[in-house]
Design a protein around this ligand. Structure first.
Ligand code: ADP
Ligand code: MG
Length: 386
């Protein structure tokens, strides 16, 4: 079970984080705002989190010296990167409280383990088959086609996935994924996508953000709206119950996100989960009185978890590297001054030097007095960004 401190870790202490991406950066900001210092373990010297943190340990996730240095300087350790090797978390946990724990993270790292866990919790997920051998490939039931083949490990933002129409396409797709261990999921008729971000303490207390409704483009999150405009309250409640069941049975400590599909026939199906704050929860920085990153700090420190309250309807837009290229293909700076002239626009850029197409460079959240006004400004922002 996840180790958590017996007495709360109080401001002034140093909090460690595995990984240097934007999630780590926003964790660092939240921790520092509360008076903690931070230490980031990340090999990349100019990482988004490393830039913001008091301490930066430039080492890989399995580097024994790096892990020892992180444990030395940190009172507790969390992770911002879902694919930190579970063994590294076990090594750290021998010395310091680590939240979430290695075993919970290991389940989230593997799509097959994740789906089996959903099933154990009685949470419906897409019909699927594990494909690790040619025999398993041959034995796939026809009912799973057309489907989506996903690598069991290391996929993100739609990477490591292929849509397959039939058996020939499936075999070709598995070959193109180097015959890596995969799951094949039935392609479902999605009406909407929602997600639940919750925080769970070592005492089992759970709080959650208001349910997010998410729009993906080419497998990458593009827009999050809160309150979820198209999903009935009862279904949102059901998603929260499912996410709490999943967290509870993992003895989870920390912030967890569970993504769900709402199908055309109204059924709710769990998609995947992430053992950390989530892109769909970024709006909470500007639109809730407690953000998902403050919850991460509170959970790992053994502090009380305050239930977040939405104080403004919000629309979050992801800012991908594509926006840094004009119609002529030349690199440009997006028109921030014009964007920031609009009411209720909160800009977050992650300090990534090099824009690349499909790369998450930042996000912005539009807050307004009502949801229609937030949507109207978000449309104006989109028009300005082209
Ligand atoms: P990632 O780890 O890249 O986020 P996901 O499994 O969440 O991978 O898939 C990315 C997106 O692809 C989902 O948000 C959804 O829009 C679409 N998708 C994934 N699985 C299915 C499915 N079984 N049926 C229909 N659409 C799917
Ligand atoms: Mg996803």
């Amino acid at each position: 079970s996840a180790a958590a401190p017996r007495a709360p870790i109080l401001p002034g202490a140093t909090l460690g984080v595995m990984g240097g991406g934007q999630l780590g950066r926003m964790f660092v900001h939240a921790a520092q705002a509360m008076g903690y210092a931070t230490a980031v373990l990340e090999a990349d010297a100019g990482s988004p989190a490393g830039q913001a943190s008091q301490h930066h340990i430039a080492a890989g996730y399995t580097d024994a010296q790096g892990l020892s240095a992180l444990a030395q300087c940190s009172a507790a350790i969390t992770t911002e990167f879902e694919n930190v090797p579970a063994q590294a978390l076990r090594t750290l946990a021998a010395q310091r409280p680590v939240a979430p724990g290695a075993e919970a993270v290991a389940v989230c790292q593997d799509r097959a383990a994740e789906k089996l866990h959903f099933q154990r919790c009685g949470v419906p997920c897409a019909p699927f088959a594990v494909i690790e051998t040619a025999q398993q490939l041959a034995a796939v039931p026809d009912a799973l086609l057309p489907g989506i083949l996903k690598t069991s490990r290391l996929g993100y933002d739609g990477k490591g996935q292929a849509r397959v129409a039939d058996r020939a396409g499936l075999a070709a797709a598995w070959a193109s994924l180097q015959h890596a261990p995969c799951v094949l999921e039935q392609r479902l008729p999605l009406a909407h996508e929602i997600s639940v971000v919750l925080a769970r303490g070592a005492d089992g207390a759970c709080v959650h953000l208001p349910v997010q409704q998410n729009l993906h483009r080419e497998g990458i999150l593009a827009v999050t709206q809160v309150p979820a405009p198209d999903v009935p309250q009862a279904l949102q409640q059901q998603a929260v119950h499912c996410a709490e069941a999943v967290a509870g049975s993992l003895d989870y400590v920390g912030v967890l996100c569970v993504e769900f599909f709402v199908l055309a026939d109204g059924r709710l199906v769990a998609n995947e989960m992430a053992p950390r704050p989530h892109n769909s929860g970024h709006y909470s920085i500007d639109a809730c009185d407690v953000s998902q990153f403050e919850l991460q700090v509170r959970a790992m420190c053994g502090l009380p978890l305050a239930a977040p309250r939405l104080h403004s309807p919000a629309v979050m837009l992801n800012l991908l590297g594509d926006l840094w290229f004009g119609a002529d293909g030349a690199e440009r700076q997006p028109p921030w001054a014009q964007v920031l002239a609009l009411p209720g626009v909160h800009l977050h850029l992650y300090g990534k030097a090099e824009p690349r197409r499909g790369r998450k460079m930042g996000h912005l959240t539009v807050t307004a007095a009502d949801a229609a006004a937030a949507r109207a400004v978000a449309l104006q922002v989109s028009a300005l960004l082209g």
